[in-house]
Design a protein around this ligand. Structure first.
Ligand code: HEC
Length: 153
């Protein structure tokens, strides 16, 4: 048992050592201004849980990856670049345009096809169509997203 380093054992050891480090920091043995404690929020836990974007809901994906440029209410912004408004945007009446742009990118708009699977892009585009001041029928499907990805020859 002593020399068996199973992953669970190692994780426990690391957790225990961190706890010791924090405890000694609190007691003043380590210069405490060099120690930053970090208590992640529920959202942060979800983001850090696995590589890629783990959210399934369009609203969550939008808030996490799109709102930084297009703004939380989709109002867009002019700053380091021009980020078009997605609220009240007639280009969202049909899903194909947004599906293509999200999956493949366009000019200064980065592509997200490698980070989001077909279901996630469909859920996201459905969110755009029917939220942020748009009231179109949400009609995006995972099959449409698949058809917009680069196709094998
Ligand atoms: C790094 C900033 C940035 C991020 C992040 C970003 N976009 Fe964009 N987006 C842009 C820019 C810039 C354009 C304008 C591209 C052009 O036409 O030159 C754009 C254009 C678009 C358009 C086309 C709008 C129109 O009417 O032509 C859609 C739809 C869109 N983005 C959706 C999204 C979604 C959904 C996300 C999240 C997955 C997202 N964007 C994330 C910068 C960003």
């Amino acid at each position: 048992m002593m020399h068996v380093f199973r992953p669970t054992f190692q994780r426990f050891t690391i957790a225990a050592l961190s706890a010791v480090a924090l405890a000694s920091a609190a007691s003043g043995e380590v210069p405490s201004d060099n120690v930053t404690t970090f208590e992640p929020t529920d959202t942060e836990r979800q983001i850090f849980a696995e590589p890629g974007i783990s959210f399934a809901e369009g609203a969550d994906i939008y808030a996490t990856v799109c709102a930084g440029c297009h703004m939380p209410e989709g109002q867009g912004a002019i700053g380091g670049g021009a980020y078009p408004a997605l609220s009240g945007n007639e280009n969202l009446e049909y899903p194909d345009y947004a599906i293509f742009i999200v999956t493949n990118g366009y000019k200064a708009m980065p592509s997200f096809g490698h980070l989001l699977d077909d279901e996630q892009v469909a859920s996201l585009v459905n969110y755009l169509q029917s939220n942020l001041g748009n009231s179109y029928e949400p009609t995006a499907t995972p099959d449409m997203v698949a058809a917009n990805r680069p196709q094998p020859d």
